[in-house]
Design a protein around this ligand. Sequence first.
Ligand code: B12
Ligand code: SF4
Ligand code: SF4
Length: 311
Amino acid sequence: MTPVTRSAAVKRRAAAIGFSATGIAPLEANPHAPELERWLAAGYAGTMTYLHRQAEKRKDPRRIMPEARVAVVTLTNYFHGSASTAPVSGKVAQYAWSSDYHEVLGERLEQLAEAIRGVAPGAATRCYVDAGPVPERELAERAGLGWIGKNMMLIHPEIGSYTFIGVVLTDAQLAADLPFEADRCGTCSRCLDACPTGAFAAPHELDARRCISYLTIEHRGKFRAEQTDALSEWVFGCDVCQDVCPWNVSFARSTADPRFAAREEVAVPDLDAVVEMDEAEFDRRYGDTPFKRPGAVGMRRNAAAVLRHPR
Ligand code: B12
Ligand code: SF4
Ligand code: SF4
């Protein structure tokens, strides 16, 4: 097999496993390392101190796995339709409406890694999804899967941005794709204008400390009054800067993947019940969902903040 036929076989297998799109990027120094440095120096990472610790590897992903030559990058569509959840109960970002994607995609990436070893016997492989020091959006762009929009999302021209990114790093000899070089945002600035908290300091420059997603998922401890207000009706994550993007309005299609079927108690949680929930009940109900990141303490805080917000 040649590197080209090996790559084609890996992509066919990826489609059969259920990935929406797959591309292959050569592992090279990150051309946007200076932007990452500036972003961190500005303090935009807030308390996500792991991003500082991982910076050297994000700036040069060859340091993550020195023998690796390429990243096999996958997108998985999780869109559930344009309707947001009923604000009466608090909104949840669509990526969290089903069981934890880390587990579903972790299993699928392992199957893909097995397929890579099938076409390149003895190859080393390592799988990542939203974990580890992997610059996932950067690699997806270099694998030809789309461009990084002004809202910092990786946007696929036929699928939109409601996608998870999953990566397999490998030393297998696979032919790489061309990077996606076009910037299809043009003069549009809808995402920047629509952000309810004004979290974008500039295009491609998100001050995470002001982002509802950060506040509801990553922030630990109590909210200050202005943070409580910032949440508005969002109890977990936020989709505003994706909802308004014309590429999603035109191209995003609902997923039919049964592993990402929406679960009502996650998509439309009963906030009064969440506020009252003890750890055991929270684990029983939400232990296998993305809510486990902020945990019972964080979700009780978020729910209380949304309930305080006048509707
Ligand atoms: C930390 C983090 C967050 C933080 C910070 C977000 C941010 N914008 O950086 C918070 C908690 C706020 C967050 C929120 C969300 N996140 Co998040 N997050 C991450 C994580 C773990 C690291 C991202 C990171 O390193 N940020 C630092 C910035 C500086 O780096 P970067 O995002 O890679 O950006 C690069 C480019 O923007 C480029 N760049 C900089 N300037 C310029 C200029 C131009 C012109 C260009 C082209 C590029 C460019 O350089 C940067 C550094 O390489 C990744 C997973 C991962 N391992 O990468 C998921 C990830 C980015 N998140 C994801 C998701 C789904 C979300 C949310 C949509 C969830 C939600 N609905 O609430 C929101 C979206 C908010 C937004 N508009 O970005 C997905 C994105 C999928 C996609 N299609 O893009 C990822 C990839 C996880 C995954 N595996 O699916 N997230
Ligand atoms: S996720 Fe929401 S709060 Fe965060 S940048 Fe996008 S629109 Fe703003
Ligand atoms: S809303 Fe407009 S500017 Fe923002 S990411 Fe989409 S196309 Fe780009």
